[in-house]
Design a protein around this ligand. Structure first.
Ligand SMILES: Nc1ncnc2c1ncn2[C@@H]1O[C@H](COP(=O)(O)OP(=O)(O)O)[C@@H](O)[C@H]1O
Ligand SMILES: [Mg+2]
Length: 333
């Protein structure tokens, strides 16, 4: 099993430890978007990061890549890439050595970020030239190879973005993210703006690339069933925190946190009684004023006094990490 410490286990490619990033909102205070997040990403591993909108998934991505808006502040933690803490690295070094080169990101709706007046091949070549000491011809050749890799005929390098379909533009953005052979690629809801068939094609492409090139991937989505199919490991995020983390198939077939269970429409049987809960009533909390105790407690049908008062610690249950006071009791473990 991957991702489990076996004594002499190889170092993870990326290790995020107790990471905290808040946004300052004038006169109101801090939005605790990333509030003590920890996980490891092994070489070649695909991690699915799931949770409803507003849970802090994109905030986690931009904190790792350090592309934060002016009102964001990192409050602590570590981001260790290949053994080095890159959170403390000076910005110019980070820009030269890490961002796009070691860690890249494909954004939600990224296909609209291509420069409309520049040929697609030139844009990819540009990304290479910016980070690597290679000639223009070599960069263009690599751009054509990258297009081929993402399933676009290399001759289309001479096309302009408007001559591409939405799916092709998103493929080009993936090629751009791969331009400098990164160790880690973060794909933040890379298919949301596309139609269902194209979505499936792009997801398959991401999976193929991750397998073929051995790139460690973080796939952000709100759809847990996509992740079960595509990823090795799943991290479920709720209100700025990871509430469940473990092998994808375990979490998909046997979710432990009530939030994960409800994302999947699964129903714990409390003391033999079955309850039907197909949807999650309410919405994620305002992260300016997160609820005390377990942040999910106001929406959790199983919440008790302790859930309202004490933050649940991460515990390991059957090879899965889960932050729920009542997990053993809920599932008769
Ligand atoms: N620039 C910002 N200033 C203040 N709050 C923000 C900013 N960006 C995002 N947020 C808030 O941070 C929280 C997490 O947002 P986000 O990371 O986008 O979640 P997700 O990607 O899971 O939908 C939300 O409450 C959102 O409103
Ligand atoms: Mg997002």
């Amino acid at each position: 099993m991957r991702g489990v410490d076996v004594g002499v286990a190889a170092m993870p490619v990326l290790s995020v430890q107790d990471l905290k990033m808040y946004y300052l909102v004038e006169r109101r205070g801090w939005v605790r978007a990333v509030d003590g997040v920890s996980f490891d990403l092994e070489k070649g591993e695909a991690l699915g990061l799931v949770g409803e909108s507003g849970c802090g998934k994109s905030s986690l991505g931009i904190t790792i890549l350090r592309i934060l808006p002016f009102n964001a502040k990192i409050f602590g933690g570590k981001v260790v890439l290949e053994g080095k803490d890159i959170l403390q690295m000076p910005e110019d070094k980070f820009r030269k050595e890490i961002r796009w080169k070691k860690i890249s990101m494909v954004f939600q709706g990224a296909m609209n970020a291509l420069n409309p007046v520049m040929r697609v091949g030139d844009q990819i070549a540009e990304a290479i030239l910016l980070h690597e000491d290679v000639g223009r011809q070599e960069a263009l050749e690599r751009a054509r190879n990258l297009l081929k890799l993402v399933g676009i005929d290399p001759s289309r390098a001479n096309s302009y973005p408007h001559e591409f379909s939405g799916g092709m533009r998103q493929r080009a953005m993936i090629a751009m993210a791969l331009a400098c052979n990164p160790s880690v690629m973060i794909a933040d809801e890379p298919t949301t703006a596309l139609d269902v068939i194209v979505q499936a094609q792009i997801l398959k492409l991401i999976k193929d690339i991750q397998r073929r090139l051995g790139i460690s991937t973080i796939l952000v989505t709100h759809d847990l069933s996509i992740v079960a199919d595509l990823c090795d490991k799943v991290a479920v995020m709720y209100a700025g925190k990871i509430v469940e983390l473990g092998p994808a198939e375990k979490i998909y077939y046997r979710p432990l946190h009530p939030y994960t269970a409800k994302l999947l429409g699964a129903v714990p049987s409390v003391k033999g009684k079955r309850r039907r809960l197909e949807f999650i009533p309410g919405a994620p909390p305002d992260l300016l004023y997160p609820p005390p105790g377990c942040r999910f407690h106001p929406r959790c049908p199983y919440a008790e006094e302790i859930c309202k008062k004490e933050e649940p610690p991460m515990k390991e249950v059957n090879g899965v990490k889960v932050a729920c006071h009542r997990v053993e009791e809920l599932w008769n473990l």
